[in-house]
Every structure is written in C-alpha cells, then in structure tokens.
Design a protein around this ligand. Structure first.
Ligand code: SF4
Ligand code: SF4
Length: 290
C-alpha cells in the first residue's frame, strides 16, 4: 500500500506529516519512505539524517544539445527552432546548458547533422536507514531538468527495497505544487493525503492539487494543518470539502511544538502525547479508507 502526501502550497507541513505518520506506522508495521521532493528533499532531517548519511549514486535522465562545430554551416535554423531560448548566436549557435530541455527540436531542424544530444547527469538518488525503516531520496542538480524522471527512479528503488524486505507500507513525501515530479509521485499512490492550512493561498493551491488527484481517480482525504490561525479560511476549506464531497482526515491545531520538532530534528509525535493522539486519529482515518 502506497500513501502519498501532497500539498499545493509549500510550507504547510507536508514533510512534518509524513515524518509523524512514519514514526507511528513503523511502531507495528514494516514501512519505507520515499522522499520525492527532488528539488528540496528534507525528510531525512526529521530523523536527524543529512545528505551525508545517504549512500548515493548519480543518475542521468536528461539530454543536452551540443554543437559539432566542424559540421555547422551557420544557417541559424536551430536558433529559430528552440522555444526554450536555450540557443544564442555568437558567429555560431551557442547552447545554454541551464536552459536546454533536451527536446531535440534543434537536432531535427539542423540540415547538417551538426547537433548531438548527450546524456547529462542531472541528479542523484540515495538510501539511508533510520532506526526503524529505510528512506530513499532523490536530488536534482541545480539548473537541471528531469525532476519527474528522478522521482520515477526514487520510486523504482523504493519498490525494489520494499520487495526485497517484504515491506507492505510505503509513505511518499511529494514536492509542493503541481509539477511533473508531483504528478509522478501521485500516480504511484494508492491513497493521497492532501495537506493544507487555513490561508487563502493554501486553499487556492489545494483546489489545483485536487483537480489533479481527481483526474487520476486516486482515493484521497484532506488534512488541515495549523487550524486556529485563520478561522474564516478554515470555514472556507470545510465548505469546499463539502461541495467537492471530500473527506477530512483530521485537523492539527497550530502549535509551536511543530517548530521545536524541526529544531530538534524529530517527528513531532515523539514530543507530545496530545499531538501523538491527534496523529493516531489521522492515521486511523487513513487506514479506514485504504
Ligand atoms: S534540445 Fe531543445 S531545448 Fe535544447 S537547445 Fe535544442 S531545441 Fe533548445
Ligand atoms: S541548424 Fe545546424 S548547421 Fe544550422 S546553425 Fe544550427 S547547428 Fe549549425
């Protein structure tokens, strides 16, 4: 069973939720976590683990255009073809490796076979162990593209380890937003937890997230974090859930202990029995739906 935790807006507490659900679930289940926020992975930090604790391997999921100078007849067709503005002209085409998406249009347009597409190392994936379960994470290199493909590799490695160790539960920490990497993570899930907070921006982004989730047809529930900071928007979220026939998995009142947990690099459920109880209710509500 794979549970993905998503949020439209960043900073609503998605990784906090994953860390606490993982801490609770791992008490009596074999679990694995996949940190699929490959632009800013941080799930390991909730268990006192940094990049250095991960066994890594470089991955190459993208392509970059490169000029074969002695073949170029300087016709300029490639310049007109690139919709990503990755080519400029300095007596010859110059390819910007940070802007190139490796789409290959310029290669097709070139009448002289003067452009090659070479694989580019665009990130790494790594594994580590907490005291109770493994975490797999991916990190995209700065200025590179291919986040969805790196997420797919993280999920592939997660599945491999899960199968090897007969692990039944996978928790996926997705990136915020509705980008390719989020959709790749959401597609892999059997159930989705959509985390939001009572702010107009988070509500607006929740609607975008749910439009994707509904399109995928994956069962889901909504978790409202930081309740109490804005009662009016809280009401609006509840109105929205009724209108869309969505279920609320739980509400987590705003509490500075969530910040303490970040500072202490621990899941917040380990700091307070009341918060632990709230997360147990949320986990119970997820279990009823999966
Ligand atoms: S491969 Fe695509 S993005 Fe890269 S330079 Fe060519 S046309 Fe532009
Ligand atoms: S299309 Fe090919 S031959 Fe023409 S300028 Fe570009 S690289 Fe050179």
């Amino acid at each position: 069973m794979k549970i993905a935790v998503l949020s439209g807006k960043g900073g609503v507490g998605k990784s906090t939720v994953v860390a606490s659900l993982a801490a609770l679930l791992s008490r009596n289940q074999n679990i694995i976590c996949a940190d699929c926020d490959v632009t800013a992975p941080n799930l390991g930090l909730f268990f006192g683990l940094t990049d250095k604790n991960f066994t890594k391997r470089e991955v190459s999921t993208g392509l970059e255009a490169e000029l074969i100078e002695n073949k170029c007849i300087k016709c300029g067709y490639c310049l007109d073809t690139c919709i990503f503005s990755a080519i400029t002209w300095k007596n010859k085409p110059v390819f910007n490796r940070f802007l190139c998406e490796g789409c290959g249009s310029c290669q097709i347009a070139c009448p002289s076979n003067a452009i090659t597409l070479k694989p580019v190392k665009n990130g790494w994936i790594g594994t580590t162990e907490t005291k109770k379960f493994p975490i797999v994470m991916g990190q995209m290199n700065i200025g590179k593209s291919g986040s969805g493909e790196i997420v797919a590799l993280v999920l592939e490695e997660t599945d491999r380890i899960a199968q090897q160790r007969s692990i039944d539960w996978t928790l996926i920490d997705a990136a915020a937003g509705i980008s390719n990497q989020v959709i790749t993570a959401a597609r892999a899930a059997d159930f989705i937890v959509a985390v939001t907070e009572p702010t107009p921006a988070a509500l607006s982004d929740l609607k975008k997230t749910l439009s994707i989730v509904k399109h995928l047809g994956t069962p889901y529930g909504i978790l409202i974090n930081k309740t109490g900071i804005n009662p009016d928007t809280n009401k609006q979220i509840k109105k929205f859930t009724k209108e869309t026939d969505s279920s609320i998995l739980g509400e987590l009142p705003y509490n500075t202990l969530f910040i303490d947990a970040l500072i202490k690099t621990k899941p917040v459920v380990t700091l307070d029995t009341n918060i632990e109880k709230q997360f147990k209710t949320i986990l119970g509500n997820i279990m009823k739906r999966v």
